[in-house]
Design a protein around this ligand. Structure first.
Ligand code: ZN
Length: 316
């Protein structure tokens, strides 16, 4: 089995562009049958060996989330209205996905089938439903919190995410999962949650043998106003990413991030503290596929040969 680490070739070895490193690492993952290609960049079938690593990461995150009072597993799709309420459409229209289906009735069916069978475009004959693909791990949580919060709240949120950004970088998947720990409560509490989890996530990932670095970052806001939004997010230090080498050492990958939202979601979903002011929120998000890929890059593609303590921590 191909193993970058065992072959003595560090991932992202110098002399390669990041793009060359992406292609090389993706080919190695596919050759090792950890990921199976689908013909669409950023969409993969995952092997049992890969999923065993993901399950181990999830268990480690849950074990560290000692203050969380519950776990919520969100479906792949959300009410389409959620994209409006969160502001996602304004900031990331290019990353969204909505669900369309055939609603034109039996009379339109023969022409539709004819178009499909003739190899003509058929998607424009479908109608937009009231569903969209989930945009972020914590977004589906907020509608359930509308009203007065009796006390601050911490929960784990498991999201199945879609981002429309086809890429040759195996770490930039179009369909992936986020394991989040979300705080909703006071302004000070939200900042404390963000900061506590920068340290805690760094320790957790470091204990698995990853070298991670906290970096002040910004979301890829779209459009003319996007640059300003990104700059203010950076200036305020609201988003801190933990980066590690996956395919390219030259261009590290964010494998987890800790985000403070201020009162954005409290306002948008009318979540109020007992004094009537909008609640603040913060989340830490673990990109479980990216962490699995970082581990495969660091320890080699054969998980049976990973360091014993890493295997033990992940229950492998
Ligand atoms: Zn979140």
């Amino acid at each position: 089995m191909t193993s970058l680490a065992n072959a003595g070739v560090p991932a992202g070895a110098t002399g390669r562009t990041p793009e060359e490193a992406y292609v090389r690492f993706r080919s190695a993952l596919v050759e090792a049958r950890l990921l199976v290609e689908t013909g669409v960049d950023g969409l993969y079938v995952r092997s049992g060996a890969f999923e065993d690593v993901v399950a181990g990461i999830d268990r480690r995150v849950s074990a560290a989330a000692t203050e969380a009072s519950g776990r919520y597993y969100f479906p792949l799709v959300v009410p389409r209205r959620l994209l409006e309420q969160t502001g996602y459409l304004a900031s990331f229209p290019n990353l969204t996905g909505t669900v369309v289906s055939f609603e034109a009735g039996p009379a339109a069916h023969p022409a539709f089938v004819e178009a499909v069978e003739a190899g003509r475009e058929w998607a424009d004959r479908l109608q937009v439903t009231d569903l969209a693909l989930c945009s972020a791990g914590c977004h589906p949580l907020y509608p359930s919190l509308t009203g007065r919060l009796e006390s601050e709240l911490q929960v784990e949120a498991f999201g199945q995410i879609f981002r429309h950004e086809p890429s040759i970088d195996p770490a930039r998947m179009q369909a992936f999962r986020q394991h989040e720990v979300v705080y909703v409560g006071t302004a000070d509490g939200a900042l404390a949650h963000r900061d506590r989890w920068v340290g805690r996530a760094g320790e957790l990932l470091g204990s698995l043998g990853l070298v991670v670095e906290p970096v002040v970052a910004n979301d890829p806001f779209f459009g003319r106003a996007g640059g300003l939004l990104a700059a203010s997010q950076r200036d305020e230090g609201l988003k801190i990413e933990l980066t590690a080498t996956v395919a390219s050492a030259e261009r590290p990958t964010a494998i987890a991030s800790a985000n403070c939202h201020r009162d954005h979601f409290g306002e948008a979903f009318s979540i109020a503290l007992t004094d009537g002011t909008p609640a603040h929120s913060a989340c830490v998000g673990f990109g479980v596929e990216r962490i699995a890929l970082a581990l495969l890059s660091a320890h080699g593609l054969d998980t049976a040969r990973w360091p014993a303590d890493v295997r033990e921590q992940l229950g492998l």
